[in-house]
Design a binder for this molecule. Sequence first.
Ligand code: ADP
Ligand code: MG
Length: 256
Amino acid sequence: MAKIFCIANQKGGVGKTTTTVNLSAGLAQVGQRVLMIDLDPQGNATMGSGVDKRKLELSVYDVLLESSSIAEARVRSEKCGYDVLGANRELAGAEIELVGLERREKRLKQALAAVEKDYDFVLIDCPPSLSMLTLNGLCAAHGVVVPMQCEYFALEGVTDLVNTIKQVHANLNKDLQIIGLLRVMFDPRITLQQQVSEQLKGHFGDKVFNTLIPRNVRLAEAPSYGLPGVIFDPSSKGAQAFVAFAQEMVERIKTM
Ligand code: ADP
Ligand code: MG
């Protein structure tokens, strides 16, 4: 059965989408069957996987409103080597349309049950908020991967997220756990980043992934070509780090 992970952090611009598409591509490269689900109405993970969000016939929106199955709505990204359940602006409306419907936070989980067997990993790119959309992701997942920058208030931000995950664990999804914290956009020349990185390890121990994702311009350029950095420029430092992270992830789930 697939391992289902949310890539989440309530802050915007911390590298969630970059992590989702590059981990998806990295896992595909090491032979894993991957479904990438875009739960952000911005559709950046969809576009960044080479799928045009404006041309989607069906999307995760239709799945949440139960007018489509995942098997019908997913598309294959041949260039990236994984399947995509895409999102676009339409998804912003789902938030309101789901209010008042029953099982509203369990819709994605139920839809996934039918396709789980097709995959080793399902990665869910969450929006930067604790909305009904994120809640659907957290209810469907076995775990959360938290990308974070090693900045001054980083620890505070993570504490909020950890509390949210604890609440979801207690009330909605007993399976949910934090898989790990991923240090991204890391610059070892900046002393503060090294200090925060050490703090994180002191506080969260082996929940901090060994792999460090460096700040690397090729990772930032890749989305404009509709590709994850891992495929856009495989020899770049950023791409190599994400492939190493994919390998670390494969090892880590063996102990889950
Ligand atoms: P989020 O999904 O959390 O909002 P993104 O993944 O979209 O964050 O990243 C925010 C911005 O930072 C994007 O422009 C992205 O290209 C850039 N970025 C992300 N990770 C890196 C990195 N390791 N090195 C350089 N730029 C990065
Ligand atoms: Mg994003």
